[in-house]
Design a protein around this ligand. Structure first.
Ligand code: 5GP
Ligand code: ZN
Length: 115
């Protein structure tokens, strides 16, 4: 499985940088965002290094489906029962800061600090 030695999320996958994990399997990892915008704010990432949504290939379709399908399951487990937001920032104009594909999943009672 590919990893980028300079990538912060690859380091989280490898356990070199700690994270507050909420889910992991052979393909995905999910953990709390270090600077949450909402009462519950987790990131779902693939274990393999894919830089952006624009780098996704046809063979990643099942992986993307798995990421999306995990979101409602995690929100339920984390006590979010009144809706949530899913966001994938892509590239410079998309506001992406970490170049390892990730989906933000945010929920919990409003107001939120952002968004
Ligand atoms: P982006 O702007 O790339 O979509 O979002 C990157 C997100 O990763 C930001 O919300 C930021 O707070 C989060 N983040 C950056 N570094 C770390 C880290 O080391 N640990 C965790 N848990 N989140 C991080
Ligand atoms: Zn990476």
């Amino acid at each position: 499985m590919s990893a980028d030695p300079d990538c912060i999320f690859c380091k989280i996958v490898a356990g070199v940088i700690p994270s507050r994990k909420v889910f992991e399997d052979d393909q995905l990892l999910a953990f709390h965002d270090i600077h949450p915008w909402a009462p519950v704010h987790v990131l779902i990432i693939p274990r393999q290094h894919i830089a952006t949504l624009s780098d996704v290939q046809p063979q990643h379709q099942a992986l993307l489906g798995h990421m999306l399908g995990l979101a409602p399951r995690l929100m339920k487990e984390l006590g979010v029962h009144n809706g949530f937001r899913t966001v994938i920032n892509t590239g410079p104009d998309g506001g992406q800061e970490v170049y390892h594909l990730h989906m933000h999943v945010m929920g919990g009672p409003r107001p939120w600090s952002k968004g």
